[in-house]
Ligand binder design. Sequence first.
Ligand code: ADP
Ligand code: ASP
Ligand code: MG
Length: 402
Amino acid sequence: MAKKILKFGGTSVGTIERIQHVANIIKKEYDSGSQIIAVVSAMSGKTNELINLSKNIANDFNKRELDVLLSSGEQVTCALLAGALIELKINAKSWLNWQIPILTEGEHSNARIVNMNLDKVNNFLKKGVAVIPGFQGISKNGDITTIGRGGSDATAVAIAKLFNADSCEIYTDVDGVFSTDPNKIPVAKKIEKISFDEMLELSSLGAKVMQSSAVQTAMMYDIPLEVRSTFTDRKGTKIFSQQNIDYTKSVTGVAYSKDDAKITLIGVEDKPGVAANIFEPLNKAQINVDMVIQNISSDQSTTDITFTIKRDVLKKTKEILESNQNIKYKDLTHNDKVAKISIVGAGMVSTPGVTYRMFRGLAEEQINILAISTSEIKLSVIIDEENTLNAVKKLHTIFELN
Ligand code: ADP
Ligand code: ASP
Ligand code: MG
């Protein structure tokens, strides 16, 4: 009997009608003889609504209580879906994080699943469908935790791993993984197959169709995934290891994100140890620096250093740079109206000229590149935020993804 994990995202369970539709999808799979664990997100918009509620109490609402609050979104859909299945005469039952339990480690809002005891669920599967909330867990101390935005994907993959599932299907509001966000660039094309590595890059660089830590776990344990639509019967996108894919194109997809900020330190002394002095206190404060550029100095004694960080730590980063006595510079400028545009493709390794074509294309659109970073299968640039869609469209055309 095949064991299947079916995960349904927020839009898929966004209304009562949609929950009933999801119950019918599950019924079909169940009736064809599979054992089913359904993993659900909160109704679309619910998590944001709860975050906003907490902000009415305090901007930095207590983290423990925030997790208690946010986990309620998934509790609602879990019960509604189990109820809808029962109405279809299917024996169904929901379990919350602490009832299983789903054990997590790490800080509130950003915990990670480390184990779960699936005995109860396993026993129940012989006679019915189990419904489990995504996004939440419980710490060693018994506190409710959440595992990061979009985390229901990670719950589904963790369950697939611990359950030794035969398949893990991610049902969402688009037909699969596209060459870029189909809701922003309508000529985007669905990708039939994509490797874990490429999907991990795309997700980390802004393609929120799959949460990046879920892809990372799937890659680590070689758990194939399928992303498909809740609302159509079309074939989705298969995500698996690279040896199953023939590359005909250099670039597989274009991703973008608008959550970075750029800082430039002007007139930094050009001598050994200065960069370390700048980045060490940032590292201590757990601020992740992404791209770094050091200009060649014109007067041989000073230089400018530009780097990017996440936008939400801009204020904290500036405070550290401005208050640390070991960091000396003439001026500090920042820009938080920037976007990161990335091309991703395992085919890039064997295709010369990808970098040049990307830069030439952006130049043709009069788009200035503010920072660059590369890896074997991706190339990212920072540009002004207002040029985002233009840049994505241009790169999509240049690399023949339309
Ligand atoms: P769910 O609630 O089902 O988890 P998400 O909103 O997290 O769904 O992810 C689906 C959304 O991801 C799509 O509606 C789409 O706008 C966006 N998206 C961004 N990049 C891509 C891409 N490359 N392919 C498909 N969807 C993408
Ligand atoms: N409800 C959570 C969120 O909005 C988790 C998820 O949808 O995957 O981030
Ligand atoms: Mg999601």
